[in-house]
Unconditional design. Structure first.
Length: 156
């Protein structure tokens, strides 16, 4: 059973005998009772309406969202011919829809958009000698503008 004695508390060895003190001296040794320290309640300000300076929120402009939908104007021979029909071609992010494109063009160029046509250009395989590669695809939008209005894509 000596193995299990290791886990038992050694009650007799750990207790230290108290020094003998006379009864009269015990009263003198007793500690004074602890005084409870009460925390003072924080002073409350009188109940007045304190107006905080809240900055006014700026209105969200639709022009600020244009960078999320339009990538760049798509300048090709065909795109320049379409300008005579009041149609302009833009490269667009792949996840944008027609409504977002319309809002972006109207806010950015200050024109009235009549219609938007969207098409996906598929990626094309290219090869240079032995190396094969892929020309990435993209999404483009053909935007029809109201007659009499014009977008200057390339500044002169």
């Amino acid at each position: 059973m000596s193995l299990f004695d290791v886990f038992k508390k050694k009650s007799t060895e750990e207790k230290k005998p108290e020094p003998k003190v006379e009864q009269g001296a015990k009263k003198a040794i007793k500690k004074a009772p602890k005084k409870k320290i009460e925390k003072a309640a924080p002073k409350k300000a009188p109940k007045e309406k304190i107006e905080k300076a809240v900055p006014k929120k700026k209105p969200i402009l639709k022009a600020s969202k244009a960078w999320q939908s339009l990538v760049a104007p798509h300048v090709t021979e065909k795109a320049t011919v379409l300008t005579s029909k009041n149609q302009y071609v833009f490269k667009v992010f792949t996840r944008t829809n027609k409504v977002q494109i319309k809002e972006a063009v109207e806010s950015l160029y200050n024109v009235k958009v009549e219609g938007v046509k969207v098409l996906n250009v598929k990626p094309k395989k290219r090869r240079l000698g032995r190396t094969k590669g892929v020309k990435p695809g993209y999404k483009k939008a053909i935007v029809t503008v109201k007659k009499g209005q014009e977008i200057e894509i390339l500044p002169r």
